[in-house]
Design a binder for this molecule. Structure first.
Ligand code: PMP
Length: 314
């Protein structure tokens, strides 16, 4: 992976090599940070980089911070602005991934959330696909369970809860699968290690509700809207049983990293035809147009990074 050239760190943009924390940093020891993950999409025709739904991402980011009692001296608009400044500094003309992190920078021993000092940092790197088999992944049900809202809330993008995701992902991949679907404490489907989950049953698109221990995904919200508004599909948020997945006509993951990735087999059982299904196929087409700023109807989701004059020079 190419390292970033710059970082937003302690209130300004600095060379990446200067963005360093000490080993006693609270979040490094206890996983008490929160983070985000955004994508920038390069639009070659317009020579423009579009940041996808930054306000929605930073709204969730600040909600996660609130859960963790983190107070930042910045507004949502400020953080969007810092991100645009950072992307201009990086001067990407390729797709990229943006990682904002809010962490407790106190260098102390003592596990708690109160009376600590939150700090913001943001970095960005060039980024292509997150998964290899976007049109046909083979996944399994994880033997791990999703952390419950009363353990570490999945609704917050909390650093420590990604240990749960790491167990899920590693055990799936070391068993030869691309990814895993994880169940919650009730035995209902929650999500993937870092993506939300959908099935199609009897023509109806179903996805777990936000009360089933899932991250409230921005891509989830986007694709629910696109399937309803653009594809005329009925989309229902309801608990999903494990065996419904085996019987589904289609299944797919969505998320900023994974985008929209079809699941064509689960635990060696083909899903539907066992090939990329018509709904996932069409949704992928629409989604990629939307995120790259090619669909005028959804252009407001795409924040241009470069000014007109700058982009003309590029
Ligand atoms: N669930 C988890 C656990 C995740 O880490 C992610 C990635 N942020 C998602 C779902 C998808 O969320 P989003 O669409 O906002 O990227």
């Amino acid at each position: 992976m190419t390292l970033p050239n710059f970082a937003f760190f302690k209130g300004r943009i600095v060379p990446y090599s200067e963005a360093k924390v000490g080993v006693l940093t609270h979040t490094f020891n206890y996983g008490t940070g929160i983070f985000g993950g955004l994508r920038g999409y390069w639009n070659a025709e317009e020579k423009q980089l579009f940041l996808f739904r930054p306000h929605d991402h930073y709204h969730r980011f600040l909600e996660s911070a609130k859960l963790m009692l983190m107070e930042l001296p910045y507004s949502q608009d400020d953080i969007v602005q810092f991100t645009l400044d950072l992307l201009r500094a990086e001067n990407f003309n390729t797709d990229c991934y943006i990682r904002p992190i809010c962490y407790f920078n106190d260098e102390i021993i003592g596990v708690r959330l109160h009376n600590l000092h939150a700090e913001l940092t943001i970095v960005a790197i060039p980024f292509g696909s997150y998964v290899e088999n976007e049109e046909g992944s083979h996944v399994t049900f994880s033997s791990w369970k999703r952390t419950d809202d009363n353990m570490i809330p999945a609704r917050g993008k909390i650093a420590g809860s990604y240990v749960n995701s790491a167990f899920i992902k590693t055990d799936a991949q070391r068993s030869g699968f691309d990814e895993a679907i994880v169940l919650n404490q009730d035995g209902h489907v929650a999500e993937g290690s870092a993506e939300n989950f959908f099935i199609v049953r009897k023509g109806i698109v179903c996805t777990p509700p936000i009360t089933d221990n899932i991250l409230e995904g921005i891509t989830r919200r986007t694709v629910i809207m696109l399937m309803h508004d653009e594809m005329g599909l009925e989309v229902v948020e309801r608990p999903i049983d494990r065996t419904e997945v085996y019987l589904a006509e289609e299944a797919f993951f969505c998320g900023t990293g994974v985008q929209v990735a079809a699941i064509t087999a689960v635990d060696h059982r083909p899903i539907g035809s066992g090939k990329l299904g018509p709904i996932a196929k069409e949704l992928r087409r629409i989604y990629f147009d939307v995120v790259r700023g090619r669909d005028p109807k959804y252009r407001e989701f795409c924040a241009p990074v470069f000014q007109k004059t700058e982009s003309l020079k590029r």
